[in-house]
Design a protein around this ligand. Structure first.
Ligand SMILES: Cc1cc2nc3c(=O)[nH]c(=O)nc-3n(C[C@H](O)[C@H](O)[C@H](O)COP(=O)(O)O)c2cc1C
Length: 189
């Protein structure tokens, strides 16, 4: 069976991140032919154009990790009605140096969880704008705005609520179809 390699980014650096738990749940529930692997953003320095002539090792490894996958998935919290700075920084690294945009034509999807009632809706809108500009081929539907509750997950991403599992399974099934469709017309090596 051919497996599609998906790199996911967790937008939170928190050691108790609910979005990391969500990412673990997605790994558990993913269709058999979606291979989800984290692409870490934690060790990236703050981006500056001064690095363009000679990227540091962390940034080279980051761009190599994106080049090695066929699709990307953003699992992010909302910070002050937008995306966390660490995630924006990672996106900026990926799109530089000029002419070497790692996200060009890549199949992408966005999901997120917050403790607040709007479930990262504004962060996701903000991220979608960025992903449009960087020419990622993002899945537009279904959207997935999740509000965390303590009964939702076990410690290692086991999904304890049937309703949450159904939402995540549907999201992943649609994402799989999206990846297949985009790669059909825009293959990646
Ligand atoms: C700096 C900061 C800003 C936040 N802003 C928002 C916000 O705009 N909307 C929201 O729903 N939650 C907001 N929160 C609460 C987050 O939803 C909550 O901290 C959540 O646990 C973050 O996800 P994480 O656990 O994966 O880091 C904010 C939290 C922090 C630390």
């Amino acid at each position: 069976m051919t497996a599609y390699r998906v790199g996911y980014f967790v937008g939170s650096l928190s050691s108790t991140s609910i979005n990391r738990t969500l990412a673990k749940a997605l790994v558990r529930l993913a269709p058999d032919d979606l291979e989800l692997k984290e692409i870490p953003i934690r060790d990236l320095p703050l981006y500056s154009p001064d690095y363009d002539a000679d990227f540091p090792a962390e940034a080279r490894a980051f761009k190599a990790a994106i080049a090695a996958v066929q699709a990307v998935l953003f699992v992010t919290p909302e910070y002050n009605r937008s995306i966390p700075g660490a995630l924006k920084n990672a996106i900026d690294w990926a799109t530089r140096p000029w002419g070497e945009n790692s996200f060009d034509h890549i199949p992408a999807a966005v999901i997120g969880m917050s403790t607040g009632p709007i479930g990262t809706a504004l962060a996701q809108q903000s991220l979608r704008g960025v992903l449009s500009f960087v020419n990622a081929r993002q899945m537009t539907a279904p959207e997935a705005y999740l509000r965390w509750t303590p009964d939702m997950f076990g410690d290692d991403g086991e999904v304890l609520l049937e309703s949450t599992e159904a939402v995540l399974r549907r999201f992943l099934a649609e994402f799989r179809e999206h990846v297949v469709r985009v790669l059909t017309v825009l293959p990646r090596s």
